[in-house]
Design a protein around this ligand. Structure first.
Ligand code: APR
Length: 346
């Protein structure tokens, strides 16, 4: 074994001095790294550089066997390096599975470990994360800040505050496409997925979302719980359970819906997240009348922003139905009124 190691070490020494690189002209860091680590370990056993005999062999090392040529093409040159140090194609194959080719992060496999996947995703920069998305995404810069249409028919319920207005967006479309810090999910108490926006979020995120949700022991109405977002462009999902309205909206239902928006915002700022999107919570399957829910949503967000404006950069109201879009366009000026137009100088 020691003899084998010293031969290998000697070859690496020669490789280093001949500067053997992959056909792409760049070193194969993984194989070179592993081989040189092996070499250094056995070099300590070696007292002198390799014998002249090995030097004569150096010119032969460049001959890449036919068997490894195809692997060479596929491996981008790793085989040339391996051939030069006398590693067979088979050895390379086993080497590559045991070193650099750590299985890619598979966000859509039931068997993946969600804790590992979540940690890896959190450590990735945006460019790297974008390679993981399976769906097309909408970056924050493509989501315009809301600007009132100028219609002043709506009676303002709050003072104009341009700084707060700049933190609001009205987005019409699929919340799963938003590349932001967190999307709120209108979930059910099990947190194990369902229909509507809950189903869309779980489909986009993949099976690891359900695996993490299964560890949260459900969620009570009005509460909020945060998870990773996995296959979604968003970084996190904040799950909340809206009230179910059977006949009419009472104080209990209104307070519960308010708690949904408040607790989602509080969970976001507690986790130092700065951009959050809300669907129209409870207005689908759960039957909360949209023309009443819109007031709870806008009032809660307005009052939260007044107390925490430094903690959030953008709150996005994500509407899916045309009727909801029209409702928000009508009511937003009441909760986020524009400043009075500049007095004409004339
Ligand atoms: N993006 C944004 N909004 C969406 C999307 C989407 N991809 N899909 C649906 N919506 C909108 C609906 O149009 C509705 O306005 O989300 C709003 C909330 O509707 P639901 O998803 O039905 O949520 P909710 O009324 O709170 O009922 C929750 O329904 O899906 C199940 O598991 C869920 O049991 C829970 C219940």
């Amino acid at each position: 074994m020691a003899f084998q190691m010293s031969k290998l070490a000697a070859r690496v020494w020669l490789l280093g001095s001949f500067g053997v690189t992959s056909s792409a002209g760049n070193r194969c860091p993984t194989h070179l790294g592993l081989i040189s680590r092996l070499a250094h370990r056995s070099f300590r056993a070696l007292k002198a550089p390799p014998s002249p005999g090995l030097l004569r062999k150096a010119d032969k090392w460049e001959k890449v066997s036919t068997a490894s040529k195809s692997l060479h093409r596929r491996s981008g040159g790793a085989v040339k390096l391996a051939g030069a140090v006398g590693l067979s194609a088979g050895a390379l194959a086993s080497l590559s599975t045991s070193t650099s080719a750590r299985p890619e992060l598979n966000l859509h496999s039931e068997s993946s470990d969600w804790t590992e996947a979540k940690k890896k995703l959190c450590s990735m920069d945006k460019e790297k994360r974008r390679e993981m998305y399976r769906i097309d995404f909408i970056p924050l810069e493509k989501i315009p800040v809301w600007s009132p249409s100028g219609d002043r028919s709506c009676t303002p319920r709050y003072k104009a505050n341009e700084e707060l207005n700049k933190k609001i967006s009205l987005f019409s479309g699929d919340i799963t496409k938003l590349e932001i810090d967190a999307v709120a999910n209108a979930a059910n108490k099990t947190l194990l997925g369902g229909g509507g926006v809950d189903g869309a979020i779980h489909r986009g995120a993949g099976p690891l979302l359900r695996k993490e949700c299964a560890t949260l022991n459900g969620c009570e109405t009005g509460e909020a719980k945060i998870t990773g977002a996995y296959g979604l462009p968003a970084k996190y999902v904040i799950h909340t359970v809206g009230p179910i309205v059977h006949d009419s909206v009472g104080d209990r239902e209104e307070q519960a819906l308010r708690n949904c928006y408040y607790n989602c915002l509080h969970t976001a700022t507690k986790n130092h997240l700065r951009t959050v999107a809300f669907p129209c919570i409870s207005t689908g399957v759960y039957g909360y009348p949209p023309d009443q829910a819109v007031h709870v949503a806008l009032r809660t967000v307005r009052e939260y922003l007044e107390q925490n404006h430094d903690k959030l950069d953008r709150v996005i109201f994500c509407v899916f139905l045309k009727s909801d879009k029209e409702l928000y366009e009508t009511m937003l000026p009441a909760y986020f009124p524009q400043g009075s137009p500049p007095k004409s100088k004339l």
